[in-house]
Design a protein around this ligand. Sequence first.
Ligand code: NAP
Length: 297
Amino acid sequence: MDGARSEAGAGATIVGVIGSPVAHSLSPLLHNAAFAALGLADEWRSFAFEVPPGQAAAALEAMRLSRVTGLSVTMPHKADVAALVDECSDVARRLGAVNCIVNRDGALFGTNTDGEGFVSSLARGAGFAPEGRRCVVVGAGGAARAVVLALAVGGAAQVAVVNRTPERAYEAAELAGPVGSVVPLTEGSIAEAVAAADLVVNATPVGMAGVAGQTGGPGVWLVPPDLLEPGQVAADLVYAPRVTPWLAEAVACGATAVDGLGMLVHQAAAQLVLWTGVEPPVEAMWRAAEAASPREG
Ligand code: NAP
């Protein structure tokens, strides 16, 4: 983090992202695009910091000492950081995961903007608001948990979780309180849950570029995309590629698609507000994200 300070100039305010591997992260690009659009490019700079697994405590200590103002937190540090910060938001505490740290004069505040970023991406991509709607979330990992909680907080009528490992499905569904449920892993139960849904979310890495054997297809997808139909929203948290095979097939069946880039942009925008206190230039961030991750085909 000292290297970033000298590269940015002694007076600059430093933010960034910690993760491993982190070189591929679009976060610094999004942050720096926002700073440029705000006319703050000389005063604020964002960097990617490679922090090996298990080293989050050292990174946070460096953050305190080097007066880094804010950090985005990505894999594999989100749970570790939740246990290391001085104070957690209610959302981060419930999720047990922090994706954003704010340095308040050496006291580190952790929160999680993934869920609100997802809900904003639904509004922008499909004009969809969760209130009163029935939702199915596929997956029960960190991203799925953030989505389940945000949908419930947003007033969803039902948040049903489908996951390969049922125990984790129950833990995730619990986050939604009385509107949470678990879908049994049978063809009939899954088809019934999807038929009743307004929104179906893929929150697994299936379909992600570079994930061996996980491009998807019959027998791999827990929720076959051909169960979707017009009037339903299909959201995929994967953003590389922008259009996964699951999303492409759901669209071919008439569903409205929301890809994962929107969640990435909006969770970053929510972090910028916390760091700078100013309204983030979301459109400029979108343009930077679209340029770095164009929709193919
Ligand atoms: P994670 O914590 O590792 O959880 C992965 C989940 O996917 C688990 O529930 C796992 O099931 C399930 N899963 C993995 N492989 C599967 C397979 N072959 N078939 C069925 N289920 C499978 O990961 P995460 O952090 O939640 O991330 C999930 C995805 O969301 C990743 O692709 C990530 O890039 C994306 N993401 C996107 C954004 C964004 O801003 N767009 C933000 C965060 C994450 P088990 O419980 O059975 O292991």
